[in-house]
Design a protein around this ligand. Structure first.
Ligand code: GDP
Length: 204
């Protein structure tokens, strides 16, 4: 997919205020510093698209960007846990879970993980939450330029082994590097193919 246009639309903390039309939407999420802004800028060929909404105070918001006038890219805040709840279960920030549970237009989330690290509990718990809530997601490994090809393979395979302990299948995953522009076409092709599928289902 060629990116012809990419524009910031709106920032919100409430899912009810997100854009009302029915364009397909893809949300990017991960721990802070995972490389989310860099990835969004790489995918959209813009130097600081993600930073535009990343002004101080905007980082804890749901940020909508419209791409090629046809789909939304959503930049979600880096996740952390909300305060321990009464049941002492750790929960993700309420407006994030609200977004995932209520946003009808969401087609798929991309959960970003740093390829150098072992699976982190918070990422695994988040994927678990997504699975239990029936929300489709793919994994994007970031910062692949930091490892040699063999190590990339090993990290991805180790990560998948851990996932297979609780999942029947490994979710779709992509290996990327924003500094070396790796994986860009794969992610964009996935989005394009998915958009085409949605389009053909809608026209039936
Ligand atoms: P965010 O907090 O998830 O939005 O992460 P940023 O995109 O701001 O990146 C966090 C840090 O990781 C910055 O210092 C980036 O320069 C660095 N970084 C992001 N992507 C890459 C990458 O693909 N390769 C390398 N080597 N560093 C990266």
């Amino acid at each position: 997919m060629k990116i012809k246009s990419a524009e910031f639309v709106v920032s919100n903390s409430e899912v009810a205020k997100c854009p009302k039309n029915d364009l397909p939407e893809y949300a990017f999420i991960g721990r802070s510093n995972v490389g989310k802004s860099s990835l969004i800028n790489m995918l959209t060929d813009r130097k600081s698209l993600a930073k535009t909404s990343g002004r101080p105070g905007k980082t804890q918001l749901i940020n909508h960007f419209i791409i090629n006038s046809g789909w939304y890219l959503v930049d979600l805040p880096g996740y952390g846990y909300a305060r321990v709840s009464k049941s002492s279960k750790r929960k993700f920030q309420a407006f994030i879970t609200d977004y995932f549970e209520k946003r009808q237009q969401l087609v798929s989330a991309f959960v970003l993980v740093d390829i150098r690290h072992k699976p982190q509990p918070i990422d695994l718990e988040f994927m678990q939450y997504m699975g239990e809530s029936g929300i489709p997601f793919a994994i994007i490994f970031t910062k692949a330029d930091k490892l040699k090809p063999k190590a990339i393979e090993r990290q991805v395979s180790d990560y998948c082994d851990v996932l297979l302990k609780s999942w029947e299948e490994v979710p779709q995953h992509f290996v990327t590097s924003s500094s070396k522009s790796i994986g860009k076409d794969d992610v964009l092709e996935f989005i394009e193919a998915t958009n085409q599928e949605i389009e053909s289902l809608r026209s039936k």
